[in-house]
Design a protein around this ligand. Structure first.
Ligand SMILES: [Zn+2]
Length: 178
């Protein structure tokens, strides 16, 4: 797996999201943030996540989606339960995944992080394919950027967020990236 100069990963299917902007000038990428997402919550498969990140989610297609109307979010990557890798924002740009957040005394984690969404839920085990691909992606990103830490969304926004949840096996993940 290779990361090019703009921060695009060759192994990913690229779906461009408009929900991004420039990182602060000279900002280094030092943090990976792991998330989970499923739409509707707890249901897997389908293309609703892609639609959310590209502002094409039809609010009429599910009651839950009405509350997401006008929401502008993205992540750099999504790892489907099948192990498919999607990229929405090049790593050189700032994706809108973390919201109000802080890590090691610094606010606004979007400025200096890469966001990786795992298709899943807090209480449902992730798939072997996801762990395998996540490890490969994390290793590739660590070769490309000076990443010092890997945290969950729940670590950087503990009062608001619970993902990736107790179902994420941090020990398995950390041992897989060496
Ligand atoms: Zn999250």
């Amino acid at each position: 797996m290779m990361v090019d100069a703009a921060g695009r990963v060759d192994a990913a299917r690229y779906v461009a999201s408009p929900n991004c902007d420039e990182r602060p000038c000279g900002e280094a990428i030092t943090l990976l943030v792991l998330h989970n997402i499923s739409l509707p919550p707890g249901e897997f498969g389908g293309d609703a996540i892609e639609h959310l990140f590209t502002n094409e989610l039809d609010p009429a297609s599910h009651p839950y989606y009405r509350g997401l109307s006008g929401v502008r979010v993205s992540a750099h990557f999504l790892i489907r339960r099948t192990g498919e890798l999607l990229q929405f924002v090049p790593c050189a740009k700032r994706a809108w995944h973390a919201g109000a957040s802080a890590w090691c005394g610094r606010n606004g984690c979007n400025d200096f992080s890469i966001g990786i969404e795992l298709e899943g839920a807090d209480d449902v085990p992730y798939t072997d394919s996801q762990y395998r691909l996540l490890a490969e992606l994390a290793r590739a990103l660590r070769r490309a950027y000076p990443i010092a830490d890997i945290a969950g969304h729940s670590d950087i926004a503990p009062s608001r967020k619970t993902d990736p949840g107790p179902s994420f096996d941090w020990q398995r993940f950390r041992s897989s990236i060496g």
